[in-house]
Design a protein around this ligand. Structure first.
Ligand code: AMP
Ligand code: GLY
Length: 415
């Protein structure tokens, strides 16, 4: 099967790498891709936001499966353009991607489907904002309604900071604070069949011990040794299946990856957010353990044939991803710093260095080109070994001013 992956980040590198190791896949192409993906795939300088250009590229290549990685092109309707060209495309329609594109829309779907989530108010005026903040009390949770690349959410005890963020947004969702550990549970769906992946956890805050500002994600691991045995079944029954059914009932079936961000609170599991695509960096860890050929799952979803594909199978053991971020991330990441040690890290047992924000400079040197630079991913017999390997990979790298968290999967590995 000829495949084309749309996007440029770590998630796309991890998906493309899994496809390149898939026995059913003959070619991997990426647009625009990144220098990491270039090691095993053909890159095409096509704008991932331009549906017509992506569809034309897919047609020219004779692609049999297109995978749209990031949310922005999905919300812009790039998957629709590819499907209109008659090519199987993994990723929801523009309308279905509103599950991620609008927090207010997601709340509406959850209410209709009876999916447990935080109580919330959608506000457009200062009066509404103040009333909602005072109704819920601290800690305050204020979310920009639209896509904000992981920067739209403020969780704070400071009422003024909560108010300032709300007033800076056109439309906000203000909601009750959910306590308890967070879990990312992904499902692949064709709009009817729902196949859950193994649960993962990511680390949203910039610094160790969950201090510092929210980021796109500083690391991840899978599986979760501490998770309740019935977690996946419970979330399928109460969250994933009702949501997929509700989307179909509305005439906007969801096909692609439904990402449930969950909080396991003292009062039960609640949805924190939905995303309409693979999570980053959880996908890096998940792909390290996925045994079922990825193309079988994605093509099954894209063609409405997922009912014939069994539950995804996983290698035993654990996987850990540690994100190496550039100086200044997330506030003001610096770019253009030379990256050294990638080959040495890749040579370590069980380690894959996934590129997230890298580029080649005029002299052909690998340099930083974004906030999250690399996602060092390792598998091992257990979390202890996977952590050791991932951090050995991180230690082999050298990037001026870069930083990473030292506690990814630490607590979970201590059992
Ligand atoms: P979101 O973009 O909605 O996933 O929010 C980003 C992060 O903010 C989440 O991963 C949580 O860590 C935190 N967060 C969001 N909503 C809540 C909530 N209702 N209660 C507590 N923390 C939250
Ligand atoms: N891991 C967080 C996200 O992908 O949104």
């Amino acid at each position: 099967m000829k495949t084309l992956v749309i996007g440029t980040g770590g998630r796309e590198h991890a998906l493309a790498l899994a496809l390149s190791r898939d026995p059913h896949v003959s070619e991997v192409h990426a647009a625009p891709g990144n220098p990491g993906i270039a090691a095993f795939a053909t890159l095409h300088p096509v704008d991932p936001m331009d549906g017509a250009a992506v569809a034309a590229l897919a047609t020219e290549l004779g692609a049999e499966l297109v995978v749209v990685g990031p949310e922005a092109p999905l919300v812009a309707g790039v998957a629709d353009a590819v499907r209109e060209a008659g090519i199987a495309c993994f990723g929801p329609s523009k309308e279905a991607a509103q599950l991620e594109g609008s927090k207010a829309f997601a709340k509406d779907v959850m209410a209709a489907a009876g999916v447990p989530t935080a109580m919330a108010h959608v506000c457009t005026t200062r009066e509404q904002v103040e009333a909602a903040l005072d109704a819920f009390g601290a800690p305050y949770v204020v979310k920009d309604d639209g896509l904000a690349a992981g920067k739209g959410v403020v969780v704070t005890d400071d009422r003024q900071a909560a108010l300032d963020h709300a007033l800076a947004c056109e439309r906000v969702v203000i909601e009750e604070f959910l306590d308890g550990p967070e879990v990312s549970l992904f499902a692949i769906t064709d709009g009817e069949t729902v196949l859950p992946l193994q649960p993962a956890q990511d680390f949203k805050r910039a610094l160790d011990d969950d201090a510092g500002p929210n980021t796109g994600g500083m690391g991840a691991y899978t599986p979760l040794p501490w998770a309740p045995d019935d977690l996946v079944e419970d979330v399928c029954r109460r969250v994933l299946v009702p949501t997929v059914k509700e989307m179909t009932r509305r005439g906007t079936p969801f096909q692609g990856l439904l990402y449930a961000g969950l909080a396991l609170t003292s009062r039960g599991t609640r949805v924190v957010e939905f995303n309409a695509r693979f999570g980053d960096p959880e996908t890096q860890a998940l792909m390290a353990l996925l045994q079922t050929p990825l193309s079988t799952l994605l093509h099954g979803a894209a063609t409405g044939e997922l009912g014939r594909v069994g539950l995804p199978q996983w290698r035993t053991g654990s996987a850990v991803t540690v994100v190496v971020a550039s100086e200044g991330y997330p506030q003001s990441p610096r770019t253009g710093d030379v990256i050294e040690g990638v080959d040495a890290a890749n040579a370590l047992e069980g380690v894959d260095v996934i590129h997230a924000g890298t580029a080649l400079d005029a002299e052909g040197r690998l340099v930083t080109a974004g906030g999250r630079v690399l996602a060092v991913t390792a598998s091992g017999d257990d979390l202890v070994q996977a952590r050791e390997r991932a951090y050995a990979g991180v230690d082999a790298l050298s990037i001026r001013g870069a930083h990473h968290r030292g506690d990814i999967a630490l607590k979970a590995s201590q059992g």
